[in-house]
Design a protein. Structure first.
Length: 271
């Protein structure tokens, strides 16, 4: 991943594992069908976090490899895999820029995935490195979904934004820095790479998070982690609980989030 700030996801791993919304089941089934996944080959999940993609995909491959720069994330991923009964996973510490150096350790790859992480990376260089690692007939899958707080302008999400601004200021944080991620559309990036045949898969997901789910999610983010909040954390949480319970006293909320995935393959005749 890019060197935005070294503490981008400091303190977030336990919350990331427990409170990040899961990827839709239909997404895994669609990718398996589209790429003809049959229990063979290797998955490489780049920026794997705590295994939200690698673990559910494990039954479709002989081996899954998760790559992430954060030791705490990898430790949580290993724990999650063990609890799920996944025994064909390896976890490697490293960044997208390390792919060339780590190619021999990782081995040939059938599919490379990115879950909520591609925007942090050196995307063109990463795709060039993967072109040398991904087997004929393989490909790349990039995932993204609407950020559950900042993607909305009303309701409980707006109230949450207002609480965040009260305690952290008007500029969205990213670790000890500020959030300033700009990139061209993923479709254009992929079409300019070796994986130029791109299919976009989209689905809308409805969820009903509790107040604890929302707070746990915030602690999993780069913009409102316990590390970012520091000594303000307890007062922030008390303020947020009071604010959201005033909206829904039962502490239950609803959301509809768009989920997108870009399935990219080489043009016919490519390696």
């Amino acid at each position: 991943m890019n060197e935005h700030t070294p503490d981008l996801f400091a303190s977030t791993a336990p919350y990331y594992a427990r409170y990040r919304p899961p990827y839709p089941d239909d997404f895994f089934k669609h990718v398996a069908e589209r790429f003809g996944l049959d229990g063979s080959g290797r998955l490489l999940d780049v920026g794997c976090g705590t295994g939200q993609i690698a673990v559910p995909f494990a039954p479709y491959f002989a081996e899954v490899v998760g790559l992430d720069p954060d030791r705490a994330m990898l430790a949580e991923a290993s724990r999650v895999a063990q609890e799920a009964g996944v025994h064909n996973a390896r976890w490697i510490q490293g960044r997208d820029r390390d792919l060339v150096e780590l190619a021999g350790e990782i081995g040939p790859v059938r599919l490379a995935t990115f879950g909520r992480a591609f925007h942090w990376m050196e995307r063109d260089a990463t795709l060039r490195a993967l072109d040398r690692m991904i087997e004929p007939g393989g490909g790349v899958v990039v995932c993204s979904d609407a950020e559950r707080i900042w993607s909305f302008s009303d309701g409980w999400q707006r109230a949450t934004q207002e609480v965040i601004r009260r305690w952290l200021g008007d500029v969205r944080r990213a670790g000890s820095g500020t959030y300033n991620v700009r990139h061209r559309p993923f479709t254009e990036t992929l079409e300019a790479s070796a994986f130029s045949v791109v299919e976009v898969y989209s689905i809308e997901v409805e969820r009903f998070p509790t107040l604890d789910d929302i707070i746990g999610y915030l602690y999993s983010t780069s913009f409102c982690s316990r590390h970012v909040l520091g000594e303000k954390q307890a007062a922030f949480e008390a303020d947020l609980r009071e604010t959201l319970l005033a909206i829904n006293p039962d502490g239950r909320f609803s959301e509809r989030l768009g989920f997108d995935a870009w399935l990219a393959m080489r043009a016919r005749g490519g390696n």
